[in-house]
Structure formats: structure tokens, C-alpha cells
Write a protein that binds this ligand. Structure first.
Ligand code: TRP
Length: 463
């Protein structure tokens, strides 16, 4: 097949709706279901939810649109897309770094994402076998700690998750991704609704609502803005080319603006709904909303274990989390996979296996950082925390910043205009303002403060 501008050699989404499902599948993952509810609660509930929405709207959506349009213009893997676009616009080859850094970031993220998703797989089994039926908080805690202390079991779960991901990814865009997403995403929404209804009847719904939507603005400081911005990046899968890779398979007549808005809204709805499903169950049982891994892997099983039909609904919950994680993991591999297929004409399934093994190997570091190597620190962080920090706090914002700058200042205006098809001049100027000023500046602030935390207190400068 000739490499035209209208098609990608990797295949095409058979409709606009499949791109929405695929990109939403990438966006919705552990970031929404596990992370969002607890950080929203920790950072002032409703006030935090609002600033997170602002970040999604003014930084997330413009950069997501930019990634999609770059992908569709290039119709190749992010690396080759960037190569093509720099040649086309006669600009420096430096910008191809967006593609390379993205491949590396995706690789690092997937290495630990597979481990955490493996925990969810293990909890399907634990819930289904009734481990948490009427347990006490102590026993729920103990179960989680015992699991963390068992590297072999964790490794097994990580292997299972990575194996599933590699299998689906190897089938190719049309056969693998579409089938997986066609079934997983709608099912995920159904399960979420089931859980929401369950939460509403659990007796703790009002308290859950209060917890998530208290308007205590006084708890919003610079850090909360940073956390909200970081969350917007991670949750929308931005900054590493995942959306750019998926954008390459979008039919030419699909409207990028309305499609991306739909995806961002879907992602946000899932995050908020996850909180609304989780917290009532927590409060119905007089439990404290925990922190980090504690919330999902201790409190939720404990809460479900105490409620009627809890084992069933708890099992459903972790099936949902695992589905969401798989559709995210698939997108994390796509930039590297598409590149290797283009460069070496390799078979998708074989490349998927090799990539999977490499990620799996690197993930062993994360597995061990929760037990055997818990005391081994790299720059004061465990292996897991280090990999997480480098990829999420440094590489993603930097990637997003470069994407925004490339799109706003390097790519010819005519290309952007024809890709976006924005006719209305007010809308065009809004887009220009967001992509050329607001988004890069916002990301720059996040990036500087995350990389140089001392800048916040000016302690770098001896103040
Ligand atoms: N967005 C996913 C989540 O919320 C994770 C994810 C998938 C991701 N692809 C990504 C994060 C690319 C950053 C970049 O869990």
C-alpha cells in the first residue's frame, strides 16, 4: 500500500466513534479510577475538582488536539510523523526528539503500570474467592501487605497483565485494538453505572458527595494547582505520543475539535463517577478515605466485604479497573510498536512480544521496590517512585510543551488550519491563544516547579 496522506499503513479506525473509544480507552485508566478520587479528596474536594477541570480545558484539550492533528498530518508513528513534518516545514530535526522521548516515556510508564494493573488482576481473584467477606480493617491491610511482600506473586500478576496486553496489541489496530475497545469500553461504562447505583443505595452517598464536593477554597495552594495539572496530563495520556499515534489512524473527515472535546469529557466523567462510586461505600462503613494504594486495595475491598453481595460487586469493580488499565497499556505501546514496524518492516506480533518482554524486565525493578529492594533508593526514591517521577513529572510535561510549541510556532499555519477546519475566527483565535500562550506557559510552570521544587521557596537562590 502506498503511503498516502489519507491512510496509515497500520490501518485506520473504521469510524470516528472508534477513535473516540480508543482514545477514551487510553485516557481512562488507573489514573481516573485509583488516583483521581483520592487526590481530589485530599486537595479540598470540589474546589480541586474545579481547578482540575480548568487544567483539562485550557492545557489538556489544546495539547490533545495538537497531538491528534500532528498524528493525522503525518500518518505514521510519532517518530516518523515528526521526521516528516520537520522536513515538510523545513525546520530543525531537533523536533523529532518529541517522538523519541515519547517512546521512552511510554516504555517507562508501562513498566510500572503493568505492575499496578497486576495488583488489580490479583484482587479480582481475591474478591471472587471471598477473601474479603466480612473482614476487619486489620485483615484487609494485612492482605494487601502480604501481597506486597510476595515478589513472586506480584511478578506472576504482572506477567499475566503484560501477556494479555502483548496478545491484544500483537493482533494489530483493526483486529486487536478495535475488538478489545469495542467490548471493553462499553462494558466499563455499564459496570461503572452498576457501581454508582450500588453506592447510592449503600447509605453513604450524601457523605460521599460532601467529601468530593466540599467547596473549601482555602485548601487550594500552588501545590494543588500542580497536582491538578499533572493529573490532567497523565489522565488524558498526553505528552508521549500515544494520542499522536492514535491520531494517525483517524479518517480525514473527522472533526478533531469536537472529537477531542468528547474524549476529554468522557475521561472526566469516569474520574468523577469513580469517586462517586467509591466514597459512599467507604463512608457507609464508617471508614476513613485512605491514601494512594490504600484507598483502592484496602478500603474498597474492605467496604465491599462488609456489604451484601459485596464479593460480587467487588469482583466487578476490579474487573473494571483491569479493563481500563489494559486499554491504557495498549496505547502506551503504540508509538514504539508503530515505529519498529515502519522501520524494520517487522511483524506486529513479534515486535509486541519483544517490547512486552523489555517492559516486563524493567517492571521487575518496580515489583522489587515494594519488598526486597524497598530500601534501595535512587535520588531518595525507590525504583518505582524514581521511574514514575522521571516519566510522569519530567518527560510528559516536557513532551507536551514541545508539542504545543511545535504546533503553534513551527508547523505552517495552513496545515493546522486545514487539519482543524475551524471556520469561526473567534474560535481560531481562542485556539491560538491556548496552544501558543496558555498551554506552553502552564506546562512550563508545572515543569519548572516539579523539576526544581526549591524554586517554589526560592531556596535555590539562597532566599
Ligand atoms: N491515561 C491513563 C490513565 O489515566 C494512563 C496512560 C495511558 C498514559 N497512556 C498514557 C499516561 C500516555 C501518560 C501518557 O491511567
Amino acid at each position: 500500500m502506498a503511503l498516502g496522506k489519507t491512510e496509515s499503513r497500520h490501518g485506520m479506525w473504521s469510524s470516528r466513534w472508534l477513535f473516540v473509544l480508543a482514545a477514551a480507552g487510553s485516557a481512562v485508566g488507573l489514573g481516573n479510577i485509583w488516583k483521581f478520587p483520592y487526590i481530589a479528596g485530599e486537595n479540598g474536594g470540589g474546589a480541586f475538582v474545579i481547578i482540575y477541570l480548568v487544567c483539562v480545558a485550557i492545557v489538556g484539550i489544546p495539547i490533545m488536539m495538537a497531538e491528534t492533528l500532528l498524528g493525522r498530518e503525518g500518518r505514521n508513528s510519532p517518530i516518523n510523523t515528526m521526521r516528516m513534518l520537520t522536513q515538510q516545514s523545513r525546520s530543525s530535526g531537533f523536533w523529532v526528539v518529541i517522538g523519541w522521548m515519547g517512546v521512552l516515556a511510554g516504555f517507562l510508564i508501562l513498566s510500572y503500570y503493568g505492575v499496578i494493573a497486576g495488583w488489580a488482576l490479583f484482587y479480582i481473584f481475591e474478591m471472587a474467592t471471598g477473601t474479603f467477606d466480612a473482614v476487619t480493617p486489620d485483615i484487609a491491610n494485612q492482605t494487601f501487605n502480604n501481597f506486597l511482600a510476595n515478589p513472586w506473586l506480584m511478578l506472576l500478576c504482572q506477567t499475566l497483565f503484560m501477556g494479555l496486553t502483548v496478545y491484544i496489541v500483537g493482533k494489530g489496530v483493526i483486529k486487536g485494538l478495535e475488538t478489545a475497545i469495542r467490548w471493553f469500553m462499553p462494558l466499563l461504562f455499564v459496570l461503572l453505572i452498576v457501581l454508582l447505583v450500588y453506592g447510592m443505595n449503600s447509605g453513604g452517598f450524601q457523605q460521599g458527595l460532601d467529601f468530593m464536593f466540599r467547596m473549601n477554597w482555602e485548601s487550594i495552594d500552588a501545590d494543588a494547582w500542580l497536582i491538578a495539572m499533572g493529573q490532567a496530563f497523565f489522565t488524558l495520556s498526553l505528552g508521549m505520543g500515544a494520542i499522536m499515534a492514535y491520531g494517525a489512524y483517524v479518517p480525514g473527515d473527522t472533526s478533531i475539535t469536537s472529537t477531542i472535546a468528547t474524549i476529554a469529557i468522557l475521561d472526566t466523567v469516569v474520574a468523577v463517577a469513580s469517586g462517586l462510586a467509591i466514597f459512599p461505600v467507604v463512608f457507609a462503613n464508617g471508614l476513613e478515605p485512605g491514601q494512594g494504594p490504600g484507598l483502592m486495595f484496602v478500603t474498597v475491598p474492605l467496604a465491599f466485604g462488609q456489604l451484601p453481595l459485596g464479593a460480587l460487586f467487588g469482583t466487578v469493580f476490579f474487573v473494571l479497573v483491569s479493563f481500563a488499565a489494559i486499554t491504557s497499556a495498549i496505547s502506551l505501546t503504540e508509538p514504539a510498536l508503530a515505529y519498529l514496524v515502519e522501520e524494520y518492516n517487522a511483524k506486529r506480533a513479534r515486535v509486541a512480544k519483544s517490547l512486552g518482554v523489555l517492559c516486563w524486565l524493567l517492571g521487575i525493578g518496580t515489583v522489587l521496590s515494594f519488598n526486597v529492594l524497598a530500601d534501595f533508593k535512587v535520588f531518595d526514591r525507590t525504583i518505582f517512585e524514581f521511574v514514575d517521577h522521571i516519566s510522569q513529572n519530567i518527560m510528559l510535561p516536557l513532551g507536551g510543551l514541545l508539542i504545543a510549541v511545535f504546533c503553534a510556532y513551527v508547523l505552517p499555519k495552513a496545515v493546522v488550519k486545514s487539519q482543524l477546519g475551524i471556520e469561526n475566527s473567534a474560535l481560531w483565535w481562542l485556539w491560538k491563544l491556548l496552544i501558543a500562550v496558555v498551554a506552553p506557559l502552564g506546562v512550563l510552570v508545572v515543569f519548572i516547579v516539579t523539576v526544581f521544587p526549591c524554586a517554589q521557596t526560592l531556596s535555590c537562590f539562597g532566599a
